[in-house]
Design a protein around this ligand. Structure first.
Ligand SMILES: Cc1cc2nc3c(=O)[nH]c(=O)nc-3n(C[C@H](O)[C@H](O)[C@H](O)COP(=O)(O)OP(=O)(O)OC[C@H]3O[C@@H](n4cnc5c(N)ncnc54)[C@H](O)[C@@H]3O)c2cc1C
Length: 443
């Protein structure tokens, strides 16, 4: 049986590996780092000895491919998925409100949730429901959306500054990792349809019960190796062996070559551009488009206190620089009284020093939670992921390639490929499955 080479051991590469191994193919996966997981992983903070994620990840009920993947490798119970959507909003000076959606058929679950919520005034409730109605008329919005930013679209649909800043922007930045003034309305509308207006089960949020890596990397590796495959760490690919439009393997950083009739590239777009022959990158539009994709950063601020400062599992934050709060105290080895704060689409903040970011975060937290002012901060860790995701700005969908590349034998996966989703775990897994399917179909 011929071997399939997979380059990259993040969600996309592992999902492709699992799908191909399931289909009976012999998989050889090469990962450049000494660990799997890519942009969704956990590690031990050398200073404190606590287990930390490279950034808090959230999953949704509408992540059908990702949930199927976790089910296939046997780790689905490692995600704490809500029974129904429930989001707390915290704003200075410590005001707590809630949006909770009952188990009614869609869209009634959202409508009832918004109407009952103490998070919105009557005017904002009317505005949110107006947007829900506009989303339902899919055809109309699809045509008019392609050139609009999220902000332009929301204004056009009569969403006031208050409901934009206090609700839609929080969702958009979390889902798209981009400022609503740059992010594409078309991508956001798609996310809203899938996440909020599809079914109550799809609207649920899920938080890992363990460190991120423990939720999938080991189990996916075991799945592949138990079916005759190999997962090799510290194996850095330096280039694809491509001649006359056909890929026949890869060249490694140590100069050695591995031949294979089928190669799945599951590396980020900027890395793929580095691995392709320069001539092909310049001449083939599918690949030239890679050069126009831009990164968007995420900053995570992890704080360990001497006592509990909140009982909430997580909350969206209004009126502060930090956007979301996650309570990681229940995660084994993460350390007691650990809070993780998230700043997505943080272009303007990555140049700030970690000390400055910590000061901002502590100021925000003190305004949101009185208990944080009395508690003693024992340890902190600020993580800047500058290349967290691609930036889903207007026009981005036209730049994203499908799984089947113009080079025979080379298949493309990764959260940045043409999944129609923003860069998410769901997009990464769906892309891995799509690459596996394209490969199996062609062979
Ligand atoms: C801080 C942060 C928070 C996030 N929050 C969320 C969230 O809440 N919900 C959500 O759904 N998504 C979230 N995401 C996005 C999610 O993590 C990504 O979409 C997903 O992990 C991407 O997976 P991937 O396999 O496409 O790419 P990667 O995870 O980047 O995997 C690519 C792999 O390829 C390897 N590689 C690269 N070059 C080579 C080479 N030359 N040779 C061999 N191997 C190579 C890399 O080392 C890496 O392991 C977040 C991302 C970040 C950074």
């Amino acid at each position: 049986m011929e071997e399939v080479l997979i380059i990259g051991g993040g969600f996309a590469g592992l999902a492709a590996g699992v799908a191909l191994a399931k289909a009976g193919r012999r998989v050889r996966l090469l990962e450049q780092k000494p660990h799997l997981g890519g942009r969704a992983r956990s590690f031990v903070d050398p200073q404190s000895g606590f287990l930390v994620d490279n950034g808090q990840h959230i999953i949704m009920g509408c992540y059908h491919a990702a949930l199927r993947f976790l089910g296939e490798i046997g780790t689905l119970e490692r995600i704490a998925l809500q029974c129904r959507l429930r989001v707390h909003f915290l704003e200075p000076p410590g005001r707590l409100t809630t949006l909770e959606c009952p188990n009614l058929p869609s869209p009634w679950h959202m409508l009832a949730g918004v109407l009952r919520s103490d998070s919105f005034g009557w005017r904002e409730k009317r505005e949110v429901l107006r947007l829900g109605r506009a989303l339902a008329s899919e055809e109309k919005s699809r045509d008019s959306l392609s050139a609009l930013t999220v902000e332009e679209w929301l204004v056009r649909l009569g969403q006031s500054e208050k409901v934009r800043r206090g609700f839609w922007d929080l969702l958009a930045i979390a889902a798209l990792n981009e400022d609503p003034r740059r992010a594409a309305a078309a991508v956001f509308a798609r996310v809203l349809r899938l996440a909020l207006f599809s079914s109550p089960a799809d609207s649920r949020l899920g938080i890992p019960r363990f460190g991120l890596s423990d939720c999938y990397t080991g189990a996916a590796q075991a799945y592949i190796t138990s079916r005759g495959g190999q997962v090799e760490l510290n194996r850095s690919v330096a280039g694809f062996l491509i001649a006359e439009g056909v890929c026949r393997g890869v060249r490694l950083a140590d100069g050695s070559e591995i031949e294979a009739a089928s190669v799945v590239s599951a590396v980020p777009w900027h890395e793929l551009a580095r691995l392709l022959p320069g001539e092909l990158l310049r001449s083939e539009p599918t690949f030239t488009n890679l050069l126009a994709l831009r990164p968007a950063p995420i900053i995570s601020i992890n704080l360990w206190y001497d006592r509990a400062i909140t009982e909430l599992d997580f909350a969206a934050l209004r009126g502060t620089t930090v956007q979301w709060l996650f309570n990681r105290s229940r995660i084994p080895s993460a350390g007691e009284n650990c809070i993780s704060l998230v700043l997505s689409g943080a272009h303007a903040l990555t140049s700030r020093s970690k000390e400055e970011l910590l000061t901002v975060a502590l100021g925000d937290l003190g305004e949101l939670l009185p208990a944080a002012r009395e508690a003693k901060l024992l340890h902190s860790l600020v993580i800047k992921e500058r290349f967290a995701t691609f930036s889903p700005c207007v026009g981005v969908d036209e730049l994203r390639p499908p799984a089947r590349s113009p080079v025979r034998g080379l298949y493309l996966a990764g959260d940045w490929t043409a999944t129609r989703l923003p860069a998410t775990i769901e997009g990464a897994v769906a892309s891995g499955y799509a690459a596996a399917q394209a490969l199996l179909k062609r062979d």
